[in-house]
Structures are given as structure tokens and as C-alpha cells.
Ligand binder design. Structure first.
Ligand SMILES: *Cc1c(COP(=O)(O)O)cnc(C)c1O
Length: 228
């Protein structure tokens, strides 16, 4: 696997999809999803100048990223997997962006920790939307989104310390055409005055970009198959 070469190919494909679409964002960020990937490939991307990465587990990120951050301090790390409330403080220390806010109890845990002056690294939060309303997936349903956003403005744990929500994130059903789901996420964001849209993975990032993604999360197309 030539990861640095994959990086430049994917950036080229992203820019082509963006430039040819009137609904595309002015700028689209690539989140390199490094979960279950070897360190050598991650370092190859860092040395090629890439700085934005995604991990789905707090524990795994904790074993990999503090050491890499000593060498590459300007890394931006996104949490893209579900977060247990008892790991909220750790996640706030480790990640720059948490994309998976999905329930009031987690909002409370995050807001409380922030209000205590801890977890200062993370300043950006997205709500995960279960856009296909699949029982096995995390995220709020489209119908529940308004209530959760309202809760983020005045969490019970710290009513004076809102959790600012900058974006929405989704993973559409695996076996369906993703386009209508991406379009729905965008419509929800517009309706709620939210700017950032994290949508699109290895198999569908160009479709997501055409429909307005501001970031795409790409793992296997960059790194190859994951090492489980
Ligand atoms: C693993 C993962 C990705 C990357 O998936 P690929 O198909 O390997 O690009 C993107 N988003 C989330 C939430 C993931 O868990």
C-alpha cells in the first residue's frame, strides 16, 4: 500500500467532485480514518503533510495519538464512534472534534466536564443523526434532532454552559443508495442553521461532496483493509 499516493489520488477525486457541483461546499476536509491501521501508514500520511484523522474508540486513540502528537503537534483528531458518558472527560482531552453527540446524558457529561474547566482540547461538537433510522446504529432520529439541539443549549448538568453544535454527522444504510440520506442530512442542517456536514466514506465520498459535505471520512480507500 502506497498510502501517500492514495492520499493524493483521493484529494484529486475530492476536488474534481467539488469543482463540478453547484451544491458543493467551497472547501471539503478529508478525515483520514486510521482506526485499526498500522502506525507506519499513519506516519506516512503525517509526513506527507496530512493532519486530520478520525478514530472510533477512545481507548485505541489513547494508545496511538499522544506519542504521534509529540512529533506532529498540529494534528486534528475526530471521534467518529459512539462515546460512553463515563469516557467523556478522556475524550475531551484526546479529541479536537467529537462527531457523535447523540443523547442528553452524554451532553450532560460533556457539558459538566467543560464547565469544570477540564477537557479543554475539544471545542467542536457534532450531533450524529441515525439518518436511516436503523436500530443497530447510533445517533438521534431526524425527528429527535430538534429536541437534542435544544437540550445542547441548556444542558441540565450546567444550564449556563451550552454545548455548541457546529455540525451533523451520519452513516447511511450500507445497502442503499446513499444520495437521498445525504440530501436529508443537509436539509436538516439547513433547517437548524448548522454549517458543518460530516458525510461520505470510501465508497461514496464523491456523492456526499456533490450533496454538500464539508468533511468526508475515508479509511479503507486510503489505507487498505483494516487489521483486526
Ligand atoms: C470506519 C468508519 C469510516 C471509514 O470507513 P471506510 O469505508 O473504511 O472509508 C467512516 N465513518 C465512520 C463512522 C466509521 O466508523
Amino acid at each position: 500500500m502506497d498510502t501517500a499516493k492514495n492520499l493524493s489520488l483521493i484529494l484529486t477525486r475530492m476536488e474534481k467532485a467539488r469543482a463540478n457541483s453547484p451544491a458543493a461546499a467551497k472547501r471539503v476536509e478529508l478525515i483520514a480514518v486510521s482506526k485499526a491501521q498500522g502506525e507506519a501508514a499513519i506516519v506516512e500520511l503525517l509526513e506527507a503533510g496530512h493532519r486530520t484523522f478520525g478514530e472510533n474508540k477512545v481507548q485505541e486513540a489513547k494508545t496511538k495519538w499522544p506519542a504521534l502528537r509529540e512529533r506532529f503537534p498540529d494534528v486534528s483528531l475526530h471521534l467518529i464512534g459512539s462515546l460512553q458518558s463515563n469516557k467523556a472527560a478522556e475524550a475531551l482531552e484526546l479529541f479536537d472534534v467529537i462527531e457523535t453527540v447523540d443523547r442528553p446524558s452524554l451532553v450532560d457529561a460533556l457539558a459538566k466536564t467543560r464547565n469544570e474547566g477540564r477537557g479543554a482540547r475539544c471545542k467542536t461538537f457534532y450531533v450524529q443523526v441515525n439518518i436511516g433510522e436503523e436500530p443497530q446504529k447510533g445517533g438521534v432520529t431526524p425527528a429527535e434532532l430538534g429536541d437534542l439541539l435544544e437540550y445542547c443549549r441548556t444542558p441540565r448538568s450546567s444550564p449556563l454552559a451550552p454545548l455548541p453544535i457546529a455540525g451533523l454527522m451520519c452513516v447511511p444504510p450500507a445497502d442503499k443508495n446513499p444520495a437521498p440520506y445525504f440530501a436529508l442530512l443537509r436539509k436538516l442542517a439547513t433547517g437548524h442553521g448548522i454549517q458543518q456536514l460530516s458525510m461520505g466514506m470510501s465508497g461514496d465520498f464523491e456523492t456526499a461532496i456533490r450533496l454538500g459535505a464539508t468533511s468526508v471520512r475515508v479509511g479503507t480507500a486510503l489505507f487498505g483493509e483494516r487489521l483486526y
